[in-house]
Design a protein around this ligand. Sequence first.
Ligand code: DGY
Length: 324
Amino acid sequence: MSAQPTVVVTRRLPAAVEAALRERFDVALSPHDAPTTPEDLQRALGLADGLLSTVTDKVTAEVLAAYPLRTRIIANFGVGYDNIDLAAAQAHDIVVTNTPDVLTDCTADLAMMLVLMAMRRAGEGERELRSGRWTGWRPMHMMGQRVTGKTLGLVGMGRVARAVAHRAHHGFGMRVLCYDPSPPSPVELAALGAEPRATLEALLGESDVVSLHCPSTPATRGMMNDARLAQMKPGAFLINTARGDVVVDDALIAALRSGHLAGAGLDVYRGEPQLERRYLELENVVLLPHLGSATKETREAMGLRAVDNLAAFFDGRPIPDRVA
Ligand code: DGY
C-alpha cells in the first residue's frame, strides 16, 4: 500500500475532524493550538504534502518563498481566504480551497444578533446590570431603537448576506436594500424581499443599519472611511462581520463619538486579536471576538469540508471548493 499523504494542521480542530484527518492522512495535528509564525508555516510547507490552515495563518508571498516547498494544496478552514496570497500560491502551483456554505446560517445569525444588540443596547444593558448600577425598571431607561420596519442595507450580496436578508425581511419585518456589483437575479432578490441599489452611496444614504458582507480585497480595504460613514444617515448603525480592514477605525470611532452614528456591532478587527483600544471606551459599540462561525455544528462541518477538499485533491478527483 502506498504511503498516505502528509498533512500539517495549524490549530486544534473538533474531535470528529481530527479523527477524519487521522484516518485519511499521515497527519501532524497542532498539539498546543498556538498561533503560527512565518517560520512554523515555512517548516510545514517544506514537510507536508498538504496544509490545513485557518484564517489567522498569514500565508504570504514571503512565507511561500520557503525552500524546499513540498506542499501542493492549502485547505483553508474558513470561507474567507484573504490570509493567503493567492497569486503567490498559484505561482508555486499550489491549490487553495475554502469552506463555503456550511457557515452561512451561523454567520448570518450572528450578524442579526449584532443588529439587535446594537439597536437595543444589549451590551450596555448587561454591563449596567453586572456592575450593580441597575436601579430598576423605569419608562425612560436605556431606550434603544425599534428594529421592526427599519431599513437594513447589505453591502455585498453573497451567501451570508442573502441569509441575513431572509432573516431580516421575513423574521424581523425589515426593509432590505443591497449593493453588490454582481447582484443576485431579480427573482432571487424578490424572494428575499431585497431591493438592489446601483451604488454604495445610495444604499448608505437610505439605510438605518448597514451590514458589511464583502470580502477583504484591494477594492474594499478601507472602504468605510470618513467620507462613506458621513454618507450614512445620522443615527444609523454599522455592523461588521466581514473583515476588520474594510472599516477605517479612526473614522468609525469619530462617527460613534460625535453621535453621527448611533452605534456599531463588530465581530472582526484590523490586526486581530489586537483591536483599537478606543472601542473599549465606547458604550455604543458591541464587540465580539470573531465568533461568526463559532458553533459546534459549523466548526465541525467546516473541518470536514476541508478534509473533503484535501481528500479530493489527493485522490485526483474534482476539488469541491477550489479558489485557486
Ligand atoms: C471565515 O470563515 O472567513 C470566518 O472569518 C471564520 O469562520
